[in-house]
Ligand binder design. Structure first.
Ligand SMILES: Cc1ncc(COP(=O)(O)O)c(C=O)c1O
Length: 386
């Protein structure tokens, strides 16, 4: 992965802090890797990860689709030229207005994971295609999503029956293994669980063609070999899909968020203060939990580097990193080892193309990161013979 241009911008003293640099050439390369690793799969990018219009434009220009969760995401997707067929909704809980608008737009399919939701979809988006979200093992993911959503296999079968009885069209299954999934086997186990349900559903007369393996694809293999590579996940997933799910007419859906855009983004933040408290050394940055680094609060450890030409010559220290606001929860990391750092130094946070500005608010008046884009957003058409 070539990060030279991104890093040069982050080091440039003329780049204000905090700034998030998005490199579209890297995001395109990652898109290519998804296509190669999951032959026949369709990308429905999870808009929540980074709803920047250019990211959505890029996905649509490449022929991908969008996975949305809210009316605002639907509006934005349609404004940017997505057709209804290019949109799915995998948020299990939807309000009536959103459902009605999705119905109007002809959204391809909508998830359900409770009887209440089936009734609601039948009422506000009658006749829709629906898929059922299965609860699957999220252990081994940095940010597990289990517990809030998803049903058992038996419940899934009952929801297919209920959906059909209410005039909806049950088309398949989805799951989410948790964000930044570090265990490839979790995808395989989830697909095997889907395969078992698939057979029973067909015996009950449902014709399924849609398998949505969700997001969870991790970022960061290029810097840490213990993080699974997209290609390794692809090999295992394709084997499980081919072994367990009928292939005729199958739509294999991927909903990457972080996996598609994470590595294409890096954040630079300035050190604005220092203190020693109870023997601990603190660094205060101009980016924190509220304005860009919210995922650290959820338990996702930041990957941070000091941007200084003499960084390798400085003695190593242990620091607690905090954001700029007056809130005591605005702490990004505790006791991390870094070269000695001074007020005015810049820190670079890696793999922040997802869940950075989407979560950011200017609490206490501290601004959200500026976004700087580099690289080609929409690829130029290939001209034969050139
Ligand atoms: C339904 C759904 N799909 C896809 C994603 C994207 O997940 P990730 O960023 O881990 O790829 C999420 C994230 O929360 C999600 O809720």
């Amino acid at each position: 992965m070539n990060t030279v241009r991104m890093d040069a911008l982050l080091r440039d003293p003329r780049t204000p802090t905090p700034t998030l640099v998005l490199d579209f050439d890297i995001i395109h390369q990652t898109y290519d890797r998804f296509i190669d690793a999951f032959p026949g799969g369709s990308i429905f990018y999870a808009v929540k990860a980074n709803a920047n219009s250019d990211v959505l434009r890029m996905v649509l220009a490449r022929g991908g689709g969008l996975e949305i969760a809210s009316f605002a995401e639907l509006e934005r997707s349609l404004e940017l030229g997505a057709s209804g067929e290019q949109i799915i909704c995998s948020n299990p809980i939807k309000n009536p207005h959103f459902l009605a608008q999705m119905h109007r737009a002809g959204v391809y399919a909508i998830v359900v994971d409770s009887t209440y939701e089936v009734e609601k979809v039948a009422q506000h988006a009658p006749g829709s295609r629906v898929y059922v979200r299965l609860a699957v093992d999220n252990n081994g993911s940095v940010l597990p999503l289990a517990g809030k959503f998803g049903v058992s296999g038996q419940e899934a079968l009952d929801l297919f029956d209920l959906a059909a009885a209410r005039g909806l069209e049950p088309i398949g299954l989805s799951f989410h293994v948790g964000s930044q999934c570090l265990q490839v086997q979790n995808y395989v186990n989830a697909i095997n669980a889907c395969a078992a349900i698939w057979g029973e559903a067909e015996q009950r007369g449902h014709k399924l063609h849609f398998l949505d393996i969700g997001g969870g694809f991790p970022a960061g293999h290029y810097r840490d070999a213990s993080i699974p590579q997209l290609e390794a996940i692809g090999t295992a997933v394709m084997k499980a899909v081919r072994g367990g799910i009928p292939q005729a007419g199958l739509m294999l859906i991927l909903e990457p968020g972080r996996g598609l855009v994470g590595e294409g983004g890096r954040l630079v933040s300035g050190v604005v203060g220092k203190a020693v408290r109870g023997g601990d050394e603190w660094l205060y940055l101009d980016a924190g939990v509220f304005n860009g680094l919210m995922e650290t609060f959820e338990g996702f450890p930041p990957v941070v580097q000091l941007l200084a030409s003499d960084a390798d010559d400085r003695p190593m220290r242990r620091y607690t990193l905090a954001g700029p606001t007056c809130d005591s929860c605005d702490v990004i990391a505790r006791q991390i080892e870094m070269p000695e750092t001074h007020i005015g130094d810049r820190l670079m946070f890696l793999d922040l193309g997802a869940y950075t500005n989407e979560y950011a608010v200017a609490f206490n008046g501290f601004p959200v990161p500026e976004v700087v884009k580099i690289g080609e957003i929409v690829p130029l058409p290939q001209v034969a013979g050139l």
